[in-house]
Write a protein that binds this ligand. Structure first.
Ligand code: SAH
Length: 223
C-alpha cells in the first residue's frame, strides 16, 4: 500500500480508495485489458497529484488543470498509452516526456525498473518532485529540460512515452530507443491528433496509427 500524506488522508483518503477502484472498473469497461496496468493504476493515489480543491474529482475520467495552462491526463489515456507501451512485458528503463504533476510517471514506476521523466516547466517539476518524494517512490528521476532532446546519457530506453502532442516523433528520441523498444505518442497538431506506436526493430522503425486523442502541445525549449 502506498503511503499518503497524513494531512490528506482523512475524508478524501478514505473515500478515494473506493472511488479509485470504481475508476479501475470504468477503465476495464472502456477496454483496458492489461491487468498489471490496472493494478498499477489502483496503487497510485491520483488525488495527491492535483490541488486539494480538485482532489474530489481526481478519479473522474477527465483531464484536470494542474496550473501553468497544463493538465493531468485522463486516466484512460494514461492506462491506454502504458498498455500499448509495455505490450504485456516488464520494462527496464522508460523515458516520459512531459512529467506535469508526475502522475503518469508514478504509474510507470510500478511497471518499470527505472523511470526518467522530463518536464519543460520548472515550477511544475518542483511540485511533481515533492509529490513523488512524499509517496516515497524511489525509481523515478525527474529532469528539467526540453524533451525533444531526450536523455542521451541514460539511453537506450525500452519504452518512451510522450504526454504532449508533437507534429512528428522527435528524431533524438527515436535514436534513444533500444532495439525492440517502443515509443508511444500523440501525433498531430491542434484537434487532429492520433496516438502512434513506433517500434524499433533490427531492420528499422515500424509504425502503427491507433485511435484519435487529444493532448496539450509539445512545446520547444524550457520555461
Ligand atoms: N504526465 C502528465 C501529463 C502532463 S501534460 C500526467 O501524468 O498527467 C503534458 C506536459 O508536457 C505538460 O506539463 C507540459 O509542460 C509538458 N511538455 C510540453 N512540451 C514539453 C517538452 N518539449 N519537454 C518536456 N515537457 C514538455
Amino acid at each position: 500500500m502506498v503511503a499518503v500524506k497524513p494531512s490528506r488522508h482523512d475524508g478524501i483518503g478514505m473515500t478515494s480508495e473506493r472511488t479509485r477502484l470504481r475508476m479501475i472498473e470504468r477503465l476495464r469497461e472502456k477496454g483496458i485489458k492489461d491487468s498489471d496496468v490496472l493494478t498499477a493504476m489502483a496503487m497510485v493515489p491520483r488525488h495527491l497529484f492535483v490541488s486539494e480543491a480538485l482532489a474530489i474529482r481526481a478519479y473522474e475520467d477527465t483531464a484536470l488543470p494542474i496550473g501553468f495552462g497544463q493538465t493531468i491526463s485522463h486516466p484512460y489515456s494514461v492506462a491506454r498509452m502504458i498498455e500499448v507501451l509495455r505490450n504485456g512485458k516488464d520494462m527496464q528503463r522508460v523515458l516520459e516526456v512531459g512529467c506535469g504533476c508526475g502522475y503518469q510517471a508514478a504509474v510507470l514506476s510500478k511497471l518499470a525498473r527505472e523511470v526518467y521523466s522530463i518536464e519543460r516547466i520548472a515550477n511544475l517539476l518542483g511540485h511533481a518532485r515533492r509529490t513523488i518524494r512524499a509517496l516515497r517512490i524511489a525509481n523515478i528521476k525527474v529532469q528539467h529540460g526540453d524533451g525533444h532532446i531526450g536523455l542521451a546519457e541514460v539511453a537506450p530506453f525500452d519504452g518512451i512515452i510522450l504526454a504532449a502532442a508533437g507534429a512528428e516523433a522527435p528524431p533524438a528520441l527515436l535514436a534513444q530507443l533500444a532495439e525492440g523498444g517502443r515509443l508511444v505518442m500523440p501525433r498531430g497538431v491542434g484537434e487532429s491528433q492520433q496516438m502512434v506506436l513506433i517500434e524499433r526493430q533490427a531492420d528499422g522503425y515500424h509504425e502503427q496509427v491507433l485511435e484519435m486523442v487529444h493532448f496539450v502541445p509539445l512545446l520547444p525549449g524550457v520555461a
